[in-house]
Design a binder for this molecule. Structure first.
Ligand code: FUB
Length: 342
C-alpha cells in the first residue's frame, strides 16, 4: 500500500494542479515573456522571450528588455510542467542582429518549423529574422539576413486552412512602428495626433519558402462597430503591440495589447488581412507594464497564454508565462479574463 502511494505521488509530481496553472507562473527557473503557443506533434509548444535577470534602467524605448537568446518549452497536457528544450537560438548566431531579441513566434509548413524573431541591427533598427529547424523544439538555424522589407517587432505567423501563411508585425514606441509611416525609417516618426486614425499592425502573405514577404507590408485597418477607424487618442482600444491572429468558426480574430492602458483586446474579420472590427477586451491589466498573449486550441479547449511580473515581485523586465482557459460566448464573442480571479 505504501509503495503504491509513493508511485502515485511520483507520477503526479510532474503534474500541476489545474487551478494552480491559472494563477501561478508556468516556468519558474527562468524569466519568460511574450508566449506564442502552438500545437505541434500533439503537444503545446511555447515560444517565449527569455527575460534576463538584470536591472537595466526602464525607458520608453524598451532598453530594459535586453534579451539575447530563446528557449522553447513543450507541454504534453495543459496541467503538465513545461519541458525546457534549452537554448534554441542566440543573438551571436544571427549575423545581422546586434541585440534585443524580443517576442518571437513559430509556424510549421511541409515538415519544417520556422521561428520568427525581432532584433535590432547594429544601427539600432528593429527587423524580423527567420530561423528554421526540422523539430518544433529546435535548435533553429538563422538565415544570414533579416526578412527583406521587414521592420518593427512582435511577428505573428498565421497559417490559414488553405496553407497560405501570413506574417503580422508591429509595435509602437520601443517597437518603432511609428517610424515607418512613409515607407522608410524616420527616427523622428511619432504616433498620429489624437484625432487621427491610429496606426494598425502590418501584414503580408509569406511566400512558399516562409522566409520572404510576398508583397510590401501593408497596414491593417481596425474600425469600430460603426465602421469608423479607431483613433490614435483612443488608448483603451488602439493597437500598440503584440498582435496575434487565430481562427474560430471560420472568423479571423486579431488580438493585441493596447500598451499604455495595458489591455489585451480583439477585433474580428471575415478576411485574414482585414479590415477588422473592434469587439472588446480579453484580458484586464496584469502586474507589470507589458501584457502580451497568444490563443491556442488544445484537445477541444481554448487557452490564453500570457505573462505578468508576479514571479519577480513586479519588475517590468522580469516576467513569467501563465495560462488561463478562454471561453467563447454562443455569439462568438470572447469572455473577459480577470487575471486575479482565475
Ligand atoms: O518582450 C519585449 C517586448 O515587450 C515585446 O516585444 C512586447 O510585445 C512587450 O511584451
Amino acid at each position: 500500500m505504501i509503495s503504491k502511494l509513493r508511485i502515485f505521488k511520483k507520477l503526479n509530481s510532474k503534474l500541476l494542479d489545474k487551478a494552480a496553472i491559472m494563477t501561478k507562473p508556468l516556468i519558474t527557473h527562468l524569466y519568460t515573456a511574450d508566449p506564442s503557443a502552438h500545437v505541434f506533434e500533439d503537444k503545446i509548444y511555447i515560444y517565449p522571450s527569455h527575460d534576463l535577470d538584470h536591472n537595466n534602467i526602464a525607458d520608453d524605448s524598451g532598453d530594459q528588455y535586453d534579451m539575447e537568446d530563446y528557449h522553447v518549452f513543450s507541454m504534453d497536457a495543459i496541467n503538465s510542467v513545461p519541458v525546457d528544450h534549452g537554448e534554441v537560438l542566440h543573438v551571436k548566431d544571427v549575423p545581422w542582429a546586434a541585440k534585443q531579441m524580443w517576442a518571437p513566434d513559430a509556424a510549421c509548413k511541409n515538415g519544417t518549423y520556422y521561428f520568427y524573431f525581432p532584433a535590432k541591427d547594429p544601427d539600432g533598427i528593429f527587423h524580423i529574422g527567420v530561423a528554421s529547424s526540422k523539430s518544433p523544439a529546435g535548435p533553429f538555424k538563422a538565415e544570414p539576413g533579416y526578412i527583406p522589407g521587414s521592420f518593427s517587432i512582435d511577428p505573428c505567423s498565421f497559417v490559414d486552412d488553405d496553407g497560405q501563411a501570413y506574417l503580422y508585425i508591429g509595435g509602437l514606441w520601443g517597437g518603432q512602428l511609428e517610424r515607418w509611416q512613409n515607407g522608410s525609417y524616420d527616427p523622428n516618426g511619432k504616433e498620429p495626433a489624437n484625432d487621427q486614425p491610429a496606426l494598425g499592425p502590418r501584414v503580408s502573405k509569406l511566400r512558399a519558402d516562409m522566409c520572404h514577404l510576398d508583397s510590401p507590408l501593408h497596414e491593417i485597418k481596425i474600425v469600430d462597430q460603426a465602421g469608423n477607424p479607431l483613433l490614435a487618442g483612443d488608448h483603451d482600444r488602439r493597437f500598440f503591440e503584440g498582435v496575434w491572429v487565430h481562427k474560430y468558426t471560420g472568423l479571423y480574430y486579431m488580438s493585441y495589447s493596447t500598451g499604455d492602458t495595458h489591455y489585451i483586446v480583439y477585433a474580428t474579420s471575415q478576411k485574414p488581412e482585414g479590415p477588422f472590427v473592434y469587439q472588446g477586451r480579453i484580458l484586464n491589466p496584469v502586474l507589470g507594464w507589458t501584457t502580451h498573449h497568444s490563443i491556442v486550441e488544445f484537445k477541444g479547449h481554448w487557452y490564453l497564454f500570457h505573462h505578468d511580473a508576479t514571479l519577480s515581485g513586479g519588475v517590468d523586465n522580469k516576467r513569467s508565462v501563465k495560462v488561463a482557459e478562454l471561453f467563447y460566448n454562443p455569439d462568438g464573442t470572447i469572455r473577459l479574463v480577470e487575471p486575479d480571479k482565475q
